[in-house]
Design a protein around this ligand. Sequence first.
Ligand code: HEM
Length: 450
Amino acid sequence: MDDGLPSVPRFAVLHALAAGVDFERYFRWRRSRAGDPFFVRFPGFGSALFTGTPAGAREIFRAPPDLTEPPRPNPIEPMVGTASLILAAGARHRRDRTLLAPAFHGARIRAYGELIGDSADDEISGDTAGSTAWRPGVRVDSRAAARSITLRVILTAVFGVDSDERRGEYTAAVTEFLTAFSGPLMLVPALRRGLFGQAPWDRFVAARARLDRLIHADIARRRGAPRPASTDILGLLLSTGYDDGTAISDNDLCEQLRTLLVAGHETTATSLVWALFHVHREPAVLERLRAELRAAGPGAHPAELARLPYLDAVCQETLRLHPAVPIVLRRLTGPFELRGVALAAGDTMGVAVPLLHSDSGVWQDPERFRPERFLERRYSPFEFAPFGGGHRRCVGATLAEYELRIVLARILDRVRLTLPPRYARGRAPLSVPHNIATGPHRSIPFDVVA
Ligand code: HEM
């Protein structure tokens, strides 16, 4: 592949990220120089041909499944493990997806409605370890609160964690694990080396081992004493097997569960923070949303909340403006043409989601947070793709969407928040990578008012 990149600094992406430039601006800059599609070089990982148009997204998402696989080397491999669904390709991806997907089907997810509402309630009441009740006068760190809620949901949904002690152990281990996998470790494979137990890589490996010990202990306990009619994902995976009748090994199961923790926690938390941010910057949006929630009633069932059209539009608009996963990549196993550019086996192509979500042919006033656009028309999966697309579309999308709606509704129902003046006007904070997702480069505080 001739990527035609002589004018791009070798470590352009690294420089851009270190300088606090978000992906959207970086993509815009590349496209302004090269048009669409355009190449981006990732240090240590090679180049990828990107598109930010619906026609390009259609070509990528409709590419024959056997012609694509996840990019290699993959920056997140140390986090999720080689057995992860995120890294599987071909027949193995089909097999693992068939095993995991039923755990995320609508009916099962709806069973988590109460759990999601309770998790938000506990955070607001200050009933979770390390949190303070959201009383008037308190300043809430939205990132910490959102992470706490989504972690609680995922721990219960995936592992059936129901004791405070076990939750505390998992929370400490997951937090240490995610913090230890720093941006430099993700982007510079050369740093993944130990040095007498003191290097960042050593700390990461130790944190991963600590988390795996917890997961393996749960697997062993549950294999020994299955819970009847278990509704959590671990129980489901233990009670079923692959299509060919074989069972999943403990190691593979551990990596799939670690994947779900990593993929399902930060992404949803970050989206919740952005939703709260925009809703509280736009008085008309807040007012309309509150009116809809009032009409639904304070005791509205989670399933009812998830069906409210304006709440739905607010969540969609949040994911449009701030896709937590801004890059969706595919590596080719054979020749392919993307927007007229010939690619060969081994080349990588990708959708630049922030560009897709601001394409001027589809979105009017794309910079504005305007949920109404989702009430006025439907967008195709090639115009709006916060969860990627095709055969690899996010397996947890239904859970994430359900969770976002219920938690946002619960917070607005229970407390009044305002943004401190410096956040209420002007530019939104930049969106920068945090582990597997991107999020505001600093936490956004909210003041609880009477
Ligand atoms: C707002 C929250 C979320 C966003 C924005 C998001 C976004 C994405 C995106 C863009 C992909 C790549 C899709 C592609 O390659 O076409 C993906 C894949 C994936 N996501 Fe999510 N995700 C979210 C929440 C979750 C949750 C809650 C879970 C599970 C608990 C989850 C588990 C996964 C897994 C396992 C994959 C790999 C799927 C495959 O390769 O077959 N995600 N997600």
